[in-house]
Design a protein. Structure first.
Length: 210
């Protein structure tokens, strides 16, 4: 399965405390242990877990509206980025409430276990997002969830009062974005990923269907 080739979490550019690094490290160990039972991350990613998942997820903190009352993680899985963001929000002493949506029973239980062990403040919603209506959230984050057009359809039909959308985009992201703009109108800015030269984050506001 491989050993994480990078032993230490490096979030120097965020100027975080030692306590935050320790919490992230504890979470990493819980994730690895649980991954032996259920599939939280791909086996091929275990050797690069810190950079590929922990540090990658942390990037979203700069794009969250810390003045909004609610932030929602779509399809949180094993907590990437939801748990990481929760730890980062704690560092910032933010009052933004975090909701993690995950329809899997086993993954939701793991998220609750992490919450209790690390004493974090987030809600776990064991529900299918596509069956929920009028979800209120100032900021929405999507990482390894669904393609951008599907996310925008979900936002349009199932969410209300959304002001800020953060989506992690992969190596085909630029082409996908160009295709999406043909059907959707929105303000956006791209932020180059610091963990992958082929990826970027996109911050979207004022979404409208053309």
């Amino acid at each position: 399965m491989g050993i994480d080739s990078k032993k230490y979490i490096n979030l120097d550019r965020f100027n975080v405390s030692r306590e935050t690094i320790e919490l992230l490290d504890h979470y990493k160990n819980l994730l690895l242990e649980k991954n032996k039972e259920i599939n939280l991350i791909s086996r091929k990613d275990i050797g690069n877990l810190i950079k590929r998942h922990i540090e990658d997820s942390a990037q979203a903190i700069d794009l969250i509206d810390l003045n909004s009352k609610m932030c929602t993680d779509l399809g949180s899985g094993g907590g990437l980025p939801g748990v990481v963001i929760s730890i980062m929000l704690r560092e910032k002493k933010s009052k933004t409430k975090l909701k993690l949506y995950e329809k899997s029973y086993h993954k939701s239980n793991f998220l609750r276990e992490v919450r209790e062990k690390l004493k974090l403040d987030f809600d776990v919603h064991e529900k299918d997002l596509f069956k929920e209506k009028n979800i209120i959230s100032g900021t929405v984050i999507a990482r390894a969830f669904k393609p951008l057009p599907i996310i925008l359809e979900l936002i349009d039909k199932n969410f209300s009062d959304l002001s800020n959308l953060v989506v992690f985009m992969g190596k085909n992201g630029k082409q996908l974005l160009e295709n999406t703009i043909k059907k959707w109108e929105f303000e956006y800015k791209n932020i180059r990923s610091t963990t992958s030269k082929d990826s970027f984050l996109i911050n979207i506001k004022n979404v409208k269907k053309r």
